[in-house]
Design a protein around this ligand. Structure first.
Ligand code: 0PR
Length: 378
């Protein structure tokens, strides 16, 4: 095989990447990934060759991680425990592992709306997943969930509630569950991978948004993804209620200078801490709040525009996800993909999803709505 020069391989990769769908052109409509600003990529690169699990050697990287966790935890009214991970799936898997060790339980209860990574985690951890249905308004059946909590008392690892479901962006009523199901002990893991950095800000203006954070005493762990709103992939956090839980994810590693390894992974790039830290420090509460409110406003605009065309939007968006009904999911999706409008299917019948990330501008929305108007006419 002929070897290529470093310049050539980079050039070739750029050509290949340019053949893929583009954020800047507003083509990526349904994915939850974002195009991170260059300075966050720079931040990541600066620490790319450090290891968060070598915390004596790379002290600064570790301290960035601790600072990020404290900040994110305070947003969730927690006491500063947890760790950064490589994504929502790893955060969820870690949460279920930690809670299994903590409770000794073998049953996980979750509404059917839970992300696929919950089912996957139960399989990996050999736990039994018991699913609960959702009602016509796409809200989990809390009474059924509560009955099951009593039925599995003594065997429960946790109940999983989602703040920002994958299909619809529903913020499930964790607060209602806690207030209705009070005379029994159980832990809740909240998967706020998608909603965690949006809902705390929109909730200030919209009291109907359910509380799902550590203010609820049953909440023991929360997943929050930074790479679903601003940061480069991978970048997620698992926040934990207390030190005891954090210790369950700290393993002895006598051959390491620190003597310990935190997380389910081994080597973890400090890039994730640097990118998360740079995002938090540069945007701050105000910047993140403005971003969150802006994305939700754009989603509402998209939802209204589709409704005006006579298209059914499944729920009024509280998070920047717009899911709408079409006559034939496969056909309409193909028509849109042929036009480089990459919308996503959902697990609901004949519906498609748009995730309004920072790259989905009003212009992109208008263009999409015009195309939908044309498709309807045809
Ligand atoms: N929890 C929820 C509620 C999620 O929606 C997702 C991912 C996860 C956990 C897992 O997060 P990671 O993917 O970071 O492990 N939701 C997106 C989805 O399934 C993931 C996605 C991202 C899909 C980018 C496509 C894509 O291009 O829709």
């Amino acid at each position: 095989m002929i070897s290529l020069s470093p310049d050539d391989v980079v050039k070739m990769l750029k050509v290949l990447r340019d053949m893929e769908p583009s954020y800047a052109k507003g083509e990526i409509l349904g994915s939850m990934t974002v195009d991170p600003p260059q300075y966050l990529v720079e931040a990541f690169k600066t620490f790319i060759n450090t290891n968060l699990n070598d915390l004596k050697l790379f002290r600064a990287a570790y301290e960035l991680e601790v600072e990020c966790i404290k900040w994110l935890s305070s947003l969730m009214h927690g006491d500063g425990y947890g760790l950064l991970t490589y994504g929502g799936s790893e955060s969820n898997l870690t949460a279920l592992y930690v809670l299994r060790e903590f409770t000794g339980g073998d049953v996980v209860l979750a509404p059917k709306t839970a992300h696929m990574s919950i089912r996957k985690s139960c399989k990996v951890l050999k736990m039994n997943l018991v699913e609960v249905g959702v009602k016509d308004d796409y809200i989990p059946n809390i009474d059924e969930l509560c009955d099951l909590i009593y039925r599995y008392d003594g065997r429960l690892t946790c109940v999983v509630m989602t703040a920002g479901t994958t299909d619809l962006g529903v913020i499930e009523p964790t607060d209602l569950l806690v207030s209705k199901c009070r005379d029994v002990k159980y832990a809740i893991h909240v998967d706020a991978a998608y909603g965690g950095l949006i809902a705390p800000f929109t909730a200030e203006l919209d009291p109907s948004i359910p509380i799902f954070d550590f203010r609820l005493s049953n909440v023991y762990s929360i997943t929050v993804d930074l790479h679903k709103i601003i940061a480069p992939v991978p970048c997620s956090a698992l926040l934990l209620r207390n030190k005891e839980l954090e210790e369950l994810i700290t393993f002895e590693a006598p051959y390491m200078p620190s003597g310990v390894n935190r997380s389910l992974l081994g080597t973890r790039s400090g890039g994730i801490a640097a990118a998360a830290w740079a995002a938090i420090k540069s945007l701050g509460i105000e910047g993140l709040k403005n971003l969150a409110l802006d994305l939700v406003s754009r989603a509402k605009y998209l939802s209204r525009s589709l409704t005006d065309l006579g298209i059914e939007v499944l729920i009024e968006p509280k998070l920047p996800i717009v899911t709408f009904r079409v006559s034939n999911k496969d056909r309409v999706m193909k028509q849109l993909w042929d036009l480089k409008m990459y919308v996503y299917p959902t697990s609901l019948p004949n519906s498609l999803r748009i995730v309004v990330g920072p790259h989905i501008t009003y212009e992109v929305i208008d263009r999409f709505v015009d195309v939908m108007a044309d498709l309807i006419k045809k």
